[in-house]
Design a binder for this molecule. Structure first.
Ligand code: FES
Length: 297
């Protein structure tokens, strides 16, 4: 580890890195790379070359291996990032509801484009793909906390509050925190501030599908949401829990067609009329099976 890296990542950070590693079996510590990257981001606000070197050193792998992972996931920022990462969903659903207008207005107001940071270092703006809250579109997130049903004016008001040093309350979930604080949580260290962790209840737009199903008597007979997930070693009758096990099951649409294809079909407990025997399913390609074979070794 170079002296620069030692200086940036002090003993507290190294202790946290050891705690992260201890969560994994001794021969699987490479899996700790994702939380380790969040940990280094919690120190510098992004994953710098020193952060990459730190992770490589802790895990005993090379910097190219760390860099390959860090550059793959958009949640790891490779350049200095603002205290507040504002992600505006411009994917299909939000877009038809005005998401692009929200992004354009913010971009104009802040004077920055995608993945750029305001001069005062407060806000980084980015386009985001579906943020999995289409029922509240258009949505944006600030450090991954949701603000629902925004429009250009409310979005500008929000970033102005952030620049003024205030932390507006997200539509759902916990209090806002900075990107560094959020990164520490993502590394697996709880935020102990009062109100920093919270559960929300599902809103009416989220429950709409459930209400319609209830209204029309659609249900899956005998389904118990608390059914435990069986493991590989649970015996021959258990369902496969791994990719290796899954390879033994039909993995194609044709195979799936042997099961009831709709909730209504399941309720009638009859196979779909166009169901084909599982044996008709085309064989998976070699590339599809490679991971399963590796795991089975
Ligand atoms: S399209 Fe915006 S949250 Fe899904």
């Amino acid at each position: 580890m170079t002296s620069n890296t030692v200086e940036i990542f002090d003993e507290d950070v190294r202790q946290r890195a050891r705690e992260i590693l201890a969560r994994y079996p001794a021969d699987r510590t490479r899996s700790a790379l994702l939380p380790l990257l969040h940990l280094v981001q919690s120190v510098e606000g992004h994953v710098s070359p020193a952060g990459v070197e730190f992770c490589a050193d802790v895990l005993g792998i090379n910097k190219a291996q760390v860099g390959a992972v860090a550059s793959f996931y958009t949640m790891y920022k490779r350049r200095p990032t603002g205290d507040y990462l504002v992600s505006v969903c411009t994917n299909t659903m939000c877009n038809v509801l005005g998401g692009q207008e929200v992004y354009d207005r913010l971009s104009e107001h802040l004077g920055v484009g995608h993945d750029e940071t305001t001069e005062d270092g407060t806000i980084t703006l980015e386009h985001a793909e579906c943020l999995a809250a289409c029922d509240y579109g258009p949505v944006l997130t600030v450090n991954y906390d949701f603000f629902d049903n925004v429009d250009p004016d409310t979005a500008v008001g929000l970033v102005e509050e952030l620049r003024a040093g205030r932390r507006p309350q997200p539509s759902r979930g916990a209090r806002l925190c900075t990107l560094k604080e959020m990164s520490l949580q993502l590394a697996g260290f709880p935020d102990t501030r009062e109100g920093a962790v919270a559960d929300g209840v599902p809103g009416e737009p989220t429950l709409r599908g459930l209400r319609l199903a209830q209204e029309h008597g659609i249900a899956v007979p005998g389904f118990d949401p608390n059914t435990p997930i069986k493991k590989k070693d649970d015996g021959a009758s258990g369902q496969p829990a791994t990719a290796a096990g899954a390879a033994a099951q039909p993995a194609t649409a044709a195979g799936a067609a042997a099961q009831p294809a709709t909730a209504a079909g399941a309720a009638a407990n009859k196979p779909a009329s166009d169901a084909k025997p599982a044996g008709d399913a085309p064989k998976p390609q070699e590339g599809t099976l490679r991971g399963a074979k590796e795991e089975a070794k």
